[in-house]
Ligand binder design. Structure first.
Ligand code: GLN
Length: 532
């Protein structure tokens, strides 16, 4: 069977949730046991997301294979429960880079190299390579940006041409704003969006419409008329209580059957998968318990920079039938002792990953507060390094211990640069990245939570636990919860008699609704218990 293609294009404006729509298509196809893979096109000229500022662009997502990709890949994985790979991310940077390097090699000898056909052909061949190497049933291509942007115009031309060779279904995501006073849903901006799409030579097979309230019939009729489609091909995507409802909401409208028909696929529904998704969603919408988790970080203004942490808490909450309310605590506010009163009403504390000096002492104060007041603590990457620093300073008596990232001249350098990082001066793709295996120590809390001794989690860091201090820290009670298989790098650190666990890795990157991260599950459970 040839691979079928779906292309998702957004019009009118960004921020409509194209990633969630694309992911919901993946989930629906998975309910029918189809192997569906996403491909994301991003128009920026960066090769990948590794050098972007999370404060501006949102979280940098890391895959098993070390790729640093757009945060949409996080949504794809959380919805499809599939480990994805870097070749599914096509950026402007990769396309231009590849064409220019071919030109230098002489592969286009004699030609003048152009956007069409050279760049567009390059895009098509990157897409076809995924089809050939992975043989998925369906490839869902999300085109980043909005129709009408210069940045994605050549890519839209590429998918137009792709559809000449491969069975392709086009989906336009649009928006029907309602004016405050009259409350009427307006379709004129969506119509302008269609026009741009038609100008590009693409006619949508389905229109998905975002709106605050459910799409009304009048608006639906207009959206159908101007897109040249029947009304049943206009799909409602009005505000939901949780993004994980969207695949179910689509199916209530029969979108699964309609889409399969358009793709000429005849699969049967896997009722078990559907039921388990539905029950997770039920527990998110009607939870039994409720807790307050304080996240002490420095990008708390832009929640997108911690998207995976946020979602991992939703998954662990669903598992524990618990609503997890997040209190975002700007770490600089914890720098003087008084600020610690901020933490009183909180059931558990989490310090996520991060880089750079600002707010570090506030995070350390937060961790100390958790330890001294027996609040459950979860540390992720930087959160593990600082748990080590806090313990060294306040329990092991290593005064002013620090990470060399924050004080090169600290007397006790309990966290220092990874040996493999010494002498590295290039910034792109040079950190310790991707999936690394770890052996969890016998009797450790981490091993109990994972229920296994060998695990794999994703990484993105330059600094590590300094083994020189392993002995003295362990002697004063810090538990080494796990190391790399060769025993050389400490990967998990724990407190002994209370819930405090942290890891050099980013377990949030592997947490999915259908398989939540064991560390987060344990953390939320501990918080519920601590509260009662
Ligand atoms: N800044 C720390 C390091 O580079 C932690 C990185 C992180 O939290 N991702 O090791």
């Amino acid at each position: 069977m040839p691979t079928k293609y779906i292309v998702v294009l957004g019009s009118m404006m960004s921020g409509l949730g194209k990633g969630v729509v694309t992911s919901s298509l993946l989930t629906m196809l998975d309910f029918y046991d189809y192997k569906a893979l996403p491909i994301k096109f991003d128009g920026y000229l960066n090769y990948d997301c590794g050098t972007m500022n999370p404060y501006r662009h949102g979280e940098v997502f890391v895959l098993d294979d070390k790729s640093e990709v757009d945060m949409d890949f996080g949504i794809y994985e959380r919805f499809s429960n599939r480990d994805l790979t870097g070749d599914l991310s096509i950026t402007g940077g990769k396309l231009f880079g590849s064409v220019i390097s071919k030109e230098r090699k002489g592969e286009y000898l004699g030609e003048d190299v152009q956007i069409i056909p050279h760049l567009t052909n390059e895009a098509i061949s990157m897409i076809e390579k995924v089809e050939k190497s992975r043989r998925p049933d369906v490839i869902v291509i999300e085109v980043g940006g909005t129709v009408g942007d210069i940045e994605n115009s050549y890519f839209i031309e590429a998918v137009r041409q792709l559809a000449l060779k491969h069975p392709t279904t086009f989906i336009n995501l649009t928006y029907a704003p309602a004016l405050e006073v009259v409350g009427e849903q307006k379709t004129k901006p969506a119509q302008v969006g269609y026009r741009l799409l038609l100008q590009a030579g693409i006619r949508p097979d389905f229109v998905i419409c975002r709106s605050r309230e459910k799409l009304n019939e009048k608006a639906r009729a207009k959206l159908a008329l101007f897109a040249n489609i029947s009304e049943d091909k206009v799909i409602d995507d009005s505000d939901a209580q949780t993004i994980y409802q969207l695949p179910l909401h689509f199916m209530e409208q029969g979108f699964d059957r309609k889409l399969l028909k358009a793709l000429e696929l005849k699969g049967g529904l896997n009722r078990k998968k559907l039921a388990s998704w539905r029950s997770s969603v039920d527990r998110i919408v009607h939870p039994k318990h409720s807790i307050q988790v304080g996240i002490v970080g420095k990008y708390t203004d832009l929640k997108d920079s911690y998207a995976s942490v946020k979602e991992a808490l939703v998954h662990a909450g669903a598992y524990n039938d618990t609503e997890v309310n997040i209190q975002w605590i700007e770490s600089t506010e914890l720098e003087n002792g008084d600020a610690l009163t901020h933490l009183k009403s909180i059931d558990a504390i989490l310090v996520p990953g991060g880089f750079g000096n600002r707010g570090i002492e506030g995070m350390i104060n937060g961790i100390r507060y958790a330890r001294e007041n027996k609040k459950p603590y979860l540390g992720l990457c930087l959160g593990m390094q600082l748990m080590t620093v806090e313990y060294a300073r306040n329990v092991a008596g290593l005064e002013n211990a620090n990470s060399t990232e924050f004080n090169r001249n600290a007397k006790y350098k309990v966290i220092h640069l990874l040996p493999s990082q010494r002498g590295v001066d290039k910034k792109g793709g040079t950190m310790r990245l991707g999936l690394w295996k770890c052996r969890l120590s016998k009797g450790s809390m981490s091993r109990r939570l994972y229920g296994r001794d060998i695990i794999g989690e994703r990484h993105r860091h330059r600094y590590e636990f300094n083994n020189k201090y392993k002995g003295i820290l362990a002697k004063s009670g810090l538990v080494i919860g796990g190391t790399t298989l060769d025993g050389k790098l400490v990967e998990f650190v724990e407190w002994k008699d209370q819930f405090g666990v942290s890891t050099q890795s980013h377990p949030e990157l592997k947490s999915r609704l259908a398989s939540p991260s064991p560390l987060f599950v344990g953390f939320v459970k501990a918080a519920v218990e601590n509260k009662s």
